[in-house]
Design a protein around this ligand. Structure first.
Ligand code: FAD
Length: 451
């Protein structure tokens, strides 16, 4: 009897332990479900990336069955058609995914079909790394040490001679919107990028990763998001004790940490993780027109602060933004514009190809001071000095903000100081950073007094 392999956030053929488990003693029916609860539109960058990864998997796995609908109905239906008695998956770890899987498991079990989880999108499954006392880690550094000690399995090979069942109906895949040429999505693209990156750029990672104007980071976040490459594959290739490789491993550990935090605190997907700032006063764009206008200017990259605007326009153009710039624009939204982090997190989820609930919401909470960092509220990024450090020659800003392309060098970060700097349509600053910084600190002190 065949086994169904239901692909979700693991859209690859290689190093896929769940696929290997499905293939161990049966022919495999490879299945992807297009769930309308998750897929909003083939034009949304994240959905476009998912559909692109599925289309590539279909090329790799002859006979991939694609069905649209609620997995609670579709998965049992496919089992019935195929005569399968087991469904294999790589475990889902987000709150919504866990809920759905528990429903699907129940529906299958009622029909005598096994639901088998092997591995997860992480090197170490969320929830497994614990303190000596058995409690979850609250802080990154001790987590990352324990995570390293916990260790991970070696990359898995596909068992030779895997057979795929054929003959089940499949729906057409909606055509995804075109992705920018920089996007690395499919398994083939991810493996090629990793090989090139390891060979050439990894060595400079520690020193150059904060430079927005250089091709210094791996750009593998979208491939990791959809599992076209697994972190285990990357970790396996990283030497121990080399500064840049160690740093890269640490960044992968952040991804695992945030998934672990979400596992233990499912509500932190959209709510403050730490209640300490519950009484902080925010502006509310749903009732305050000025706040709404500032939020719109931020979303569109028209704040008058060049690094912020370049980042927001990179997001709209490429579905991706450099990590340092994500931090700066997030700080700007929460501390200079006094808006709740959820407004920014939602915009990111609508436009990032790598949009991931654990990394995104906790990345936002880290910056806004409501998350896992212990004392961050008064760390308020200065968008101008950050610009000069992350983009010292100004190339990043000029690339994304054509109205500033006539200003050379670092002066592009302060166009208001350059004669004719604002003459090509670049906006005036919507707020004064020094003033809003003081205002943010005032609100913070007040919130602490009230709580
Ligand atoms: P590299 O520097 O090459 O790092 C390698 C991998 O490590 C990344 O692909 C990613 O999987 C992981 N990683 C690196 N930095 C972080 C980090 N700070 N937190 C978690 N994982 C990390 N990352 C997402 O994948 N999805 C998101 O939705 C997301 N939203 C973010 C929102 C904010 C406000 C902030 C500050 C960060 C966010 N990040 C998110 C983390 C980080 O910005 C991206 O993972 C990184 O920029 C991706 O580029 P890269 O693949 O070239 O990273």
């Amino acid at each position: 009897t065949p086994a169904v392999m239901w692909f979700r956030r693991d859209l690859r053929r290689r190093d896929n332990p769940a696929l290997a488990a499905a293939a161990a003693d049966a022919s495999v029916v490879p299945l992807v479900v297009l769930d309308p609860a998750l897929l909003r539109s083939p034009a949304r960058p994240r959905d476009a990336a998912f559909l692109t990864a599925v289309a590539a998997l279909r090329e790799e796995l002859d006979g991939l069955v694609v069905r649209a609908g609620d997995p609670r109905e579709v998965v049992p239906q496919v089992c019935r058609e195929a005569g399968a008695v087991s469904v294999h998956v790589s475990a889902e770890t987000t709150p919504g995914g866990r809920r759905r899987d528990s429903d699907v498991r129940e529906a299958l079990q009622a029909k005598g079909i096994d639901f088998v989880e092997t591995g997860s999108p992480y090197a170490v499954g969320p929830g497994l790394v614990r303190t000596g006392g058995g409690t979850p880690y609250q802080v990154f550094t001790p987590f990352s040490r324990a995570w390293n000690d916990y260790g991970w399995r070696a990359p898995a090979e596909m068992p030779p001679g895997t057979r795929f069942a054929r003959g089940l109906d499949s729906t057409d895949l909606p055509a995804p919107a075109d992705l920018p040429p920089e996007a690395i999505v499919t398994e083939t693209q991810a493996l090629a990028r990793w090989a090139a990156y390891r060979g050439d750029l990894l060595e400079g990672y520690a020193g150059r990763r904060d430079r927005a104007d250089l091709d210094a980071t791996s750009r593998l976040s979208t491939a990791l998001k959809f599992g076209t490459i697994h972190p285990r594959t990357l970790l396996h290739d990283l030497p121990v004790g080399e500064r840049s490789a160690d740093r890269f491993r640490t960044e992968l550990a952040w991804r695992e940490f945030y998934a672990d935090v979400l596992w233990h605190h499912p509500r932190s997907a959209w709510q403050d993780l730490r209640p300490a700032l519950a009484r902080l006063e925010y502006d509310d764009p749903s009732v305050d027109d000025e706040a709404a206008g500032r939020l719109r200017a931020w979303c569109e990259g028209r704040t008058g602060y060049p690094l912020v605007d370049a980042g927001m326009r990179q997001l709209l153009a490429e579905g991706w933004m450099h990590n340092r710039v994500r931090m700066v624009v997030a700080s700007f939204l929460t501390k200079d514009l006094h808006l709740r982090w959820q407004h920014g997190a939602r915009h990111f989820m609508d436009h990032l190809t790598d949009g991931d609930i654990a990394s995104n919401s906790h990345g936002w909470q880290w910056v806004s001071g409501t998350g896992t960092d212990a004392a961050p509220y008064f760390r308020i990024f200065n968008p101008i000095t950050q610009g000069k450090t992350a983009d010292p020659g100004g190339d990043y800003v000029r690339h994304y903000v054509p109205e500033l392309s006539h200003i050379s060098g670092a002066a592009v970060h302060e166009p208001w100081r350059v004669a004719g700097g604002l003459s090509r349509g670049y906006p005036e600053r919507i707020i004064d950073h020094a003033q809003e910084r003081a205002e943010a600190l005032r609100r913070y002190a007040e919130a602490r007094e009230r709580s």
